[in-house]
Design a protein around this ligand. Structure first.
Ligand code: A2P
Length: 341
């Protein structure tokens, strides 16, 4: 095999930079790599594996000869270039919401539903960050006891909204401390020392689009019945990196907290961090920069007969975006589902 010709669409963004970090340690056989952005960052320099690369403005002809495009430049950019990328014979692994719910597009968490990759027609979608971290946790529990009902509350870091949102949390916090005026731009409400129970816009059913992504993407990835009851409340919190989730799952078959803990201790990509006597459970600052999904506070849920409650924390830029993107690329090559593999 001659190696893969890669393009990073959105190489200068928060997720794009994290993709490059993850790729540094990946076993993916890379023949060449191209850094793409909008005209704003064209000409900037990016370091990868000790080598300097000049960022190039994205144009259709840049995808000729490329095998895999790792895209994290927003839904409209992905929609603009997807056809060109597919016609060039490449596979786009897309981080945006543009294609996630399309029938012909596999929505994949590596290690949870790899076989869905076999159905790809040039586009593979990476789930929304709050769905992603849940899937590696729910998949092995679902295999054992069948999910009947799911209730999730998310506490989502600002990095999920990009670099401008991270900059705003810092600037707003400084303004608050020093008593200066601050004009909110990246969020619909002030983010410093606050919580915002709205991520993305509201849908007709009074849930937000972010919440409905968790509902719909979970069903697609785990192949759940369309009428499986799932409810989500998504909240933006003044944390830079690391999404946390309070999760209640009701099962068809009996599942004790002890058994759930045992299953998760042996599951791919999960670290159980659950020792309440010693105050051990995961927090966002602990997980930032780490690959696994951390699970703690595993206990019998008191509101349902056969349910488990737990606390799930992960680096939203890693498993929620960059890490899964790179893992999908690795799987595509391993399963020989891309040219040059
Ligand atoms: P640029 O640096 O030129 O703005 P973030 O979500 O962290 O803000 O990053 C978004 C990424 O997507 C950046 O790399 C950004 O490039 C890139 N991007 C945004 N719009 C486009 C576009 N129309 N074409 C190509 N890349 C884009």
């Amino acid at each position: 095999m001659s190696g893969i010709n890669l393009a990073i669409l959105g190489a200068t963004g928060v997720v794009g930079s994290e993709i490059l970090n993850v790729l540094e340690k990946s076993s993916l056989p890379i023949n060449s790599i191209k850094m793409l952005s909008s005209s704003r960052s064209a000409g900037k320099k990016v370091i990868f594996k000790g080598q300097e690369y000049t960022v190039i403005e994205t144009k259709p002809e840049e995808f000729e000869g490329i095998d895999i495009v790792l895209a994290s430049a927003g839904a409209s950019t992905s929609k603009t270039y997807a056809d060109t990328i597919v016609k060039a014979g490449a596979v786009i692994v897309d981080n945006s919401s543009a294609f996630r719910m399309e029938k012909d597009v596999p929505l994949v968490i590596a290690g949870a539903n790899d076989d869905d990759l076999r159905k790809h027609k040039g586009i593979v979608a990476n789930p929304n960050c709050s769905t992603s971290q849940l899937m590696l946790v729910l998949k092995p529990l679902h295999e054992y006891a069948n999910i009947k009902r799911l209730i999730v509350s998310t506490y989502q870091a600002v990095s999920g909204a990009g670099k401008a949102a991270m900059d705003e949390l810092l600037a707003h916090t400084e303004a608050k401390i020093t008593g200066k005026e601050f004009e909110t731009k990246a969020f619909v409400k002030p983010i410093a020392f606050n919580l915002i129970p709205q991520i993305d816009i509201f849908c007709d059913n009074a849930y937000t689009k972010e919440e409905m992504k968790v509902v719909n993407e979970t069903k697609k990835i785990l192949h759940l019945k369309e009428n499986t009851p799932i409810s989500c409340t998504a909240v933006r919190v003044p944390v830079f990196i690391g999404h946390s989730e309070a999760v209640t799952v009701e099962f068809e078959k009996p599942l004790t907290a002890e058994k759930a803990r045992e299953i998760l201790e042996n599951a791919y990509g999960i670290v159980v961090m659950d020792d309440i006597e010693n105050k051990i459970y995961p927090t966002p600052t602990f997980v930032a920069g780490k690959d696994p999904v951390y699970v703690g506070r595993i206990r019998k849920d008191l509101a349902f007969d056969n349910a488990i409650a737990m606390w799930v924390v992960a680096d939203n830029l890693r498993i929620g975006a960059a890490l899964n993107t790179v893992r999908i690329a690795e799987k595509l090559v391993e399963m020989k589902l891309v040219k040059n593999s």
